[in-house]
Design a protein around this ligand. Structure first.
Ligand code: NAP
Length: 463
């Protein structure tokens, strides 16, 4: 049986890694996800085949409850709510690890007859898993607008309180590792670590939340790997390390694309947590705003040779991707070249725009990465900015006082003309003005992106 379990685990690892390779491109991502899910099924079955598996009724109940909650939630979730969904699922993983550490403490009476490394690995897993569970819960609450999206801080008390909590968690852990048997000690570890998770995530603004979620995801992976070490379970070690490593790489890539350091993100205080409330930072001053109509935009597009669509978060909110595809088809039928400039942090999660556009069957070859798009803009007749804001904001290059200063942007103003589709002059997620909207090259087409693009489509059909 042990050999069968080991073979099952090896098959699972191969499927995990093969599945992960599929995630490198939108075409193979869905298949990659299925392969990784199959790997997880094999790993769960192999674990259940282990000798001495306990109460089957409880196991069936757990699987049943998980499936009844998880499957409909994952099926119904909107693309724009995916970051908070990931936060929730990831947090549950961290919470499970923390609970296993607690159970192990009870089963082994405070790791009494266990080697020291088992106690250390379990306590590490308890601390990091609990931080991840409660931190992810707060991230979910912020993105779901159950908690304020703006940074919530205790001011100067914040850091001392975090240090006291960390000291309390570590003190309880050290006493346990030194032979402490009281169950209150492990409860102390879990509560102090949970409070650290809450206190670290509360001061972080909504704009940084996807990065924090990815970081907590990496934490969950590390805690699972540590628990695997304590339980001598290879599946947990390998799966945990894969999650830990990929989460760390993703966190780093996101932080780089936003030109933010991870310590700066954790220090908090950035991001308004939603649109509106524009702060004048590198804004357009008193320059007039030129607005346009769907009819005029359609004529401008119909007479262009090259059009670059610049999608952003608003495209996802409006679910305008199918209308955009229809518009592109009409333009292409007129011999116009249409491409899409995709910024790495457009939207609210990495790959957000790629997934949306793939959903509307936009050919993958038409999607241009940031560098390629920026080289192409000077040859573009019309840049059609649909619900994108921060990723086009020139303040990121020109205003050292801007909170997004240094973030690479799409240089839409290098093109001959720009049409921006959004509902108002409101700000994007960073909460700052955008001088693009008052640039003499820019015309604003106000309204919901789906309705505006629909209007352009109708006009194009009648031309
Ligand atoms: P953005 O700066 O958040 O702006 C989105 C714009 O969409 C808003 O200004 C809003 O303006 C407009 N909008 C909202 N609903 C709309 C609708 N129904 N129809 C038309 N327009 C609508 O978006 P972005 O340019 O994509 O930038 C992404 C931001 O998220 C960046 O600050 C980035 O750093 C941050 N972020 C992204 C990631 C990631 O992984 N992608 C991770 C962390 C942070 P109106 O209200 O006027 O319509």
């Amino acid at each position: 049986m042990t050999t069968l379990v080991s073979v099952g685990y090896i098959v699972a690892f191969v499927l995990f890694i093969y599945g992960l390779m599929g995630m490198t491109g939108p075409r193979t991502a869905v298949r990659g996800n299925w392969i990784a899910a199959a790997g997880m099924t094999v790993a769960v079955v192999a674990t259940l085949l282990q000798p001495g598996m306990g109460n089957w009724l409880l196991i069936a109940l757990g699987l049943g409850i998980g499936a009844v909650i998880g499957v409909p939630a994952a099926r119904r979730v909107k693309m724009t709510a995916m970051p908070q969904m990931v936060a929730l699922f990831n947090g549950v993983g961290g919470g499970a690890v923390a609970l296993i550490a607690w159970v192990e403490f009870r089963v082994t009476t405070g790791y009494e007859a266990e080697p020291l490394y088992v106690a250390i690995a379990s306590l590490f897993a308890a601390i990091v898993g609990s931080v991840s569970f409660w931190g992810s819960g707060v991230a979910f609450g912020k993105l779901q607008e159950l908690l304020p999206g703006r940074p919530v801080t205790l001011g100067r008390l914040q850091q001392p309180l975090n240090i006291v909590l960390l000291a309390a968690a570590l003190a309880c852990a050290v006493i346990i590792a030194a032979g402490g048997r009281s169950e209150w000690l492990i409860i102390g570890v879990l509560v102090a670590a949970g409070l650290i998770g809450v206190m670290v995530v509360l001061p972080i603004g909504g704009a940084d939340m996807p990065v924090v979620i990815s970081l907590l995801n990496a934490f969950t992976g590390l805690s699972a790997a540590a628990m695997g070490l304590a339980l001598d379970n290879t599946a947990l070690i390998v799966a945990g390390m894969i999650v830990g490593a990929s989460g760390s790489i993703l966190t780093n890539l996101m932080a780089q694309a936003m030109n933010r350091s991870i310590p700066a993100i954790l220090a908090g205080g950035f991001g308004s947590g939603g649109g509106g409330g524009a702060v004048a930072a590198g804004g357009g001053g008193d320059r007039p705003v030129r607005s346009t109509s769907a009819a005029d935009a359609a004529i401008q597009l119909a007479y262009a040779g090259r059009v670059m669509v610049v999608p952003g978060y608003g495209l996802a909110v409006a679910q305008a991707q199918h209308a955009v595809r229809e518009m592109a088809d009409l333009l292409e039928a007129k011999g116009i070249d249409v491409a899409y400039a995709v910024h790495p942090v457009a939207g609210r999660m990495p790959g957000h725009m790629n997934v949306l556009l793939a959903e509307a069957d936009v050919p993958y070859e038409s999607l241009k990465e940031m560098d390629e798009s920026n080289s192409a803009f000077p040859q573009v007749d019309v840049s059609l900015v649909i619900g994108a804001n921060d990723v086009t904001n020139p303040a990121a290059q020109s205003d050292p006082n801007s909170p997004i200063y240094g973030m690479p942007i799409l240089h839409v103003t290098s093109s001959r003309s720009v049409i921006v589709l959004k509902r108002s002059m409101g700000s994007g997620f960073a909460g700052i003005d955008n001088a693009l909207f008052t640039d003499p090259k820019t015309a604003m087409l106000f309204g919901d992106a789906k309705e505006s693009v629909g209007g352009i489509v109708e006009e194009l059909k009648s031309l």
